[in-house]
Design a protein around this ligand. Structure first.
Ligand code: NAD
Length: 484
């Protein structure tokens, strides 16, 4: 049986790439191929940019409220198709269906926030900056923008940017991850039904050639990237070289501290979700668990018991707490880190290497894994594993935790569990990562707050969504005026 081939969406039409480089899309729970995707070419990018550029002036001169009305219609259509989008997402990415639903909800929240354009895009004015002279700062759209996004949130991440780009009057191109192209294809089918003007919003599938086509194209004004840190750095540098606006969000190695006074029973569900939700494939996932002082043994006992209780299996089963990782290659990478942890002398107290599902014997599963007595300089305490592997680094006090956090290159998120307001304040005040959870294991800013980290986790200064995203997608034109 032939597999469906994902098409590009350019100028309001579904078009096939002429690329002969075709990749497979997998269902990671079944370990089966379910679709194919062409790894597009520079020519595909050129076509999309031309369509977006041709559409720009009409769209830019469309009143902001009229542009917002397209988004209102899109929101309604996403609500109607909510479950279908979530199911496609789980099928190709593997995460649990409830996690997929949460992702679709976050996507919609970005649309909702962007529709505040008539307030959020306002400029500012001041009369009489000098005798009889007034000054106006208008926020104007800039042109064609593009998003390059990762595999772990196939739906949401592009929507940290796209609604804001469109509503402010820019035109857009999305390049989904080649590992999970089906979700965004489903979303673009809905976009197609809404009937945006041709060329306003486009999608090109592919990998490096498409990315490089975007980075080098003189008619693309800016790029929003989310993915691993080495790629983020590459994107940032290349956009700098070609003079583009850029925001490049990278990888993470998040530390979760548990103080001796923490309420372990109340905190346990969110602690478990922090480390094992989405099988650890979240940029906000906990990766290093740091018990402080004498809480270590009790914490480890309760955490291990809860981890053991999780049902691992297909994400489409409502009872599943943890799905597979995305691919066979990624499973090998995660297993490689577990081997490394053993080699470097950490104590493997829960071993997920040989997890097999009787229902889904070919799935790409890794069971929950825990290392105790991990030292801060071990590989598993430093590098991003992006799998269900917990490294426990024991600390004697809060100062030691903060020191550990602030000496990592990654600085995406950090969390603390405590009943002490003083400890929580000290923590949030001093840690470098820019997303902080207090008795919260996944410190995910909602659409009306900025999303992004610091250090090696973020290249650029304007983060995803929030209010500042309106700066990224606009230029403030200052007009100084005098009438004789
Ligand atoms: P990735 O860097 O491999 O890929 C991201 C995108 O870049 C994809 O679209 C891919 O096609 C493209 N790409 C990959 N390598 C490239 C190269 N050499 N040249 C040009 N383009 C390239 O990331 P991934 O594996 O898809 O996603 C997981 C990573 O994303 C993790 O590191 C995770 O922490 C990070 N992430 C970060 C955030 C955040 O908010 N900071 C959010 C989600 C994911």
């Amino acid at each position: 049986m032939s597999l469906p081939l994902m098409k590009n969406y350019i100028n309001g039409e579904w078009v096939e790439s002429n690329s002969t480089n075709i990749g497979d899309v997998w269902n990671p729970a079944l370990g089966e191929k379910i679709a194919q995707v062409a790894y597009g070419t520079k020519e595909d990018v050129d076509k999309a940019v031309k369509a977006a550029k041709d559409a720009y002036w009409d769209w830019r001169t469309t009143p902001p409220l009229t542009r917002a009305r397209y988004l209102f219609r899109l929101k309604d259509a996403f609500e109607e198709n909510f479950e279908d989008i979530a199911r496609v997402l789980t099928t190709e990415q593997g995460k649990c269906i409830d996690e997929a639903r949460g992702e679709v909800r976050r996507m919609i929240e970005n649309i909702e926030h962007a529709t505040g354009v008539t307030t959020l895009m306002c400029g500012y004015t001041l009369e009489d900056i000098a005798k009889d002279i007034d000054c106006f700062g208008h926020r104007q759209p800039v042109g064609v923008f593009a998003a390059i996004v990762p595999y772990n949130f196939p739906g949401m991440v592009a929507w940290w940017f796209l609604p804001y780009a469109l509503v402010t009057g820019n035109t857009y191109i999305v390049k989904p991850s080649e590992q999970v192209p089906m979700t965004q294809t489903k979303i673009f089918e809905i976009i197609d039904e809404i009937g945006f003007p041709e060329g306003v919003v486009n999608m090109v599938h592919g990998s490096r050639d498409v990315v490089n086509g975007i980075l080098d194209h003189p008619d693309i004004e800016g790029v929003s990237f989310v993915g691993s840190s080495p790629t983020a750095k590459y994107i940032y540098e290349r956009c700098g070289a070609t003079g583009k606006r850029v925001q490049a969000l990278g990888g993470a190695k998040n530390i979760v501290a548990v103080m001796p006074d923490a309420d372990l029973d109340a905190g346990m569900p969110s602690l478990i979700t922090s480390f094992y939700g989405c099988s650890g494939q979240r940029c906000l996932s906990g990766s290093v668990l740091v018990p402080v002082g004498d809480v270590a043994d009790e914490l480890l006992e309760k955490f291990s018991a809860a981890a053991k209780d999780m049902k691992v299996g297909s994400g489409l089963d409502e009872k599943t707490a943890m799905g597979p990782v995305v691919s066979a290659a990624h499973k090998e990478r995660v297993l490689g880190y577990i081997e490394k942890g053993i080699e470097e002398g950490a104590d493997l107290v829960m071993d997920g290497r040989n997890y097999t599902s009787t229902e889904f014997p070919n799935g790409f599963f890794v069971g929950p894994t825990i290392f105790d007595n991990v030292k801060p300089d071990m590989t598993i305490a430093k590098e991003e594993i992006f799998g269900p592997v917990v490294s426990v680094v024991r600390a004697k006090d809060l100062d030691q935790v903060i020191e550990l956090i602030n000496t990592r290159g990654f600085a995406n998120a950090a969390c603390i569990y405590t009943n002490s307001g003083a400890a929580a304040r000290e923590f949030k005040y001093r840690v470098k990562p820019s997303m902080v959870g207090i008795n919260i294991g996944i410190a995910a800013p909602m659409s009306f707050f900025p999303f992004g980290g610091a250090g090696d986790s973020m290249f650029g200064d304007t983060k995803g969504h929030g209010q500042e995203i309106f700066n990224f997608f606009t230029d403030t034109k200052v007009v100084i005026q005098r009438w004789f």
